[in-house]
Write a protein that binds this ligand. Structure first.
Ligand code: HEC
Ligand code: HEC
Length: 384
């Protein structure tokens, strides 16, 4: 799905437009007794509407299920990618969580002085694992029309379904009386409302043990605390070098929004690989959003994923090659060191933290690995 991103700077309006303020002609003020829904409330309805797929069987929430950390509950290491609205249609990648994505900066080039040596990408931010959508609004325009996802024929088809939905009046209340008169504008506004929902506290809850810990309201178990200390240790496990931790919850999205090749192996169960055993996912290197001259140096790099709710979002990595967090930690440790795996893209781009591709491993003890996993499980929302 190609997205035109050049020069688009969209500010997602996260303000509630209740009381007729700034909603572009919303007339549902207090006097009439009706309450204008906020942009995010409208976005919520769009996000959960299965009617917005060709088979009326799939919504955004099908692959980004709130009860499953906003990832797909139906996938596993042997069936790692989501099925589309059309049965038997599959994409190439494992659906990541759609939560906490509103914290991702716009896709763009890293200033030259902030680029670290060859292993670190020249790009940061953006949506999708290869950053090909500049922001959440452009991202949300993709799945409706993607043949292996919601499979609508056109923007007009999606807009028509919203116009005939039970919440069409909400759409008009938020975007004005002529909200449906221009298809391009209406489609853009559908995406804008979804992005507002994705930026809401319902999606980005910050209610994990870790958040309670930051607020001084939870004492970690000895294992969780050791795991956290190891996670932050820049010399030993090095996790927080990429999965950023800060002083506050909002500074702790557990990603630096940069791109790396960490030597993830091919998932032989990926339908794309089964169909063609020369299939290699080049990640950022294959994205139309980067300069053609950077295609080689960005091969095999994927955006660092958030680890919030990671306990719920198995399988792991862009291709779902690992079923458990224990396996992921082994990946960073002995599994790679002992060459039990062959990276999907095994070249000079492999991150410096992976010992520049020599994979000597982290030399963690069994207890260290258990502690790291226990720490990651403190990132699951719903503790308070
Ligand atoms: C059939 C399953 C499926 C459906 C339906 C679906 N998605 Fe996704 N979503 C994915 C996959 C797979 C990716 C990763 C694709 C890639 O990187 O190329 C993704 C990526 C994303 C991302 C980017 C996350 C990140 O960290 O970069 C967001 C946000 C998102 N989806 C939101 C949505 C919204 C909003 C909808 C509805 C309009 C939707 N998705 C519908 C499977 C799905
Ligand atoms: C050099 C940067 C870097 C370092 C260091 C790093 N990671 Fe990652 N991590 C990534 C990237 C990039 C991915 C996604 C790779 C892919 O999809 O192929 C990832 C993926 C993951 C995932 C899978 C998440 C998901 O939703 O699929 C987990 C879990 C994880 N890392 C935990 C850790 C732990 C624990 C450590 C420390 C032992 C660590 N990472 C160190 C960059 C890093």
């Amino acid at each position: 799905m190609r997205v035109n991103r050049v020069g688009v700077a969209i500010v997602v309006a996260m303000v509630a437009v209740a009381c007729g303020g700034g909603g572009g002609g919303g007339d549902g003020d207090g006097d009439s007794g009706t309450v204008t829904p906020s942009m995010a409330e409208l976005g919520r309805k769009l996000f959960f509407d299965t009617n917005l797929s060709s088979g009326s069987n799939q919504s955004c929430a099908t692959c980004h299920d709130p009860d499953n950390g906003f990832a797909d509950p139906l996938v596993s290491v042997t069936a790692p990618v989501s099925e589309g609205s059309v049965g038997g249609a599959f994409g190439d990648r494992n659906a990541p969580t759609s939560a906490y994505t509103s914290f991702t900066p716009l896709f763009g080039k890293v200033a030259a002085q902030d680029q670290t040596p060859e292993t670190d990408s020249k790009y940061q931010g953006g949506q999708f694992l290869d950053g090909r959508a500049i922001d959440l609004v452009e991202q949300a325009k993709g799945p409706f029309l993607n043949p292996v996802e919601m499979n609508n024929a056109s923007e007009a088809e999606v807009v028509g379904k919203v116009q005939n939905s039970s919440y069409a009046a909400d759409f008009i209340a938020v975007f004005g009386a002529d909200a449906f008169s221009d298809t391009t504008t209406a489609y853009h506004n559908i995406a804008t409302a979804i992005a507002a929902f994705e930026a809401s506290a319902e999606v980005n809850k910050f209610t994990s043990k870790f958040d309670a810990f930051l607020a001084g309201q939870y004492t970690m178990s000895a294992s969780e605390q050791r795991g956290f200390d190891l996670f932050k240790d820049a010399e030993t496990a090095k996790c927080a070098n990429c999965h950023t931790v800060g002083e506050t919850s909002e500074e702790s999205i557990f990603t630096n929004f940069r791109y790396y090749n960490i030597g993830t192996p091919t998932n032989l169960q990926n339908p794309a690989y089964i169909a063609d055993n020369t299939f290699v996912d080049g990640g950022l290197g294959n994205s139309a959003a980067i300069d053609a001259a950077d295609q080689t140096t960005e091969q095999g790099k994927f955006k660092v994923p958030t680890l919030r709710n990671v306990e719920l979002t198995a399988p792991y990595m862009h291709n779902g090659v690992y079923e458990t967090l224990e396996e992921v930690v082994l990946h960073y440790d002995i599994q790679v060191a002992n060459l039990f795996i062959t990276p999907e893209v095994n070249d000079a781009n492999i991150a410096a933290e992976m010992n520049a591709g020599t994979f000597v491993g982290l030399d963690l003890s069994d207890q260290d690995r258990i502690d790291l996993v226990n720490f990651m499980k403190t990132l699951t929302d719903g503790f308070f």
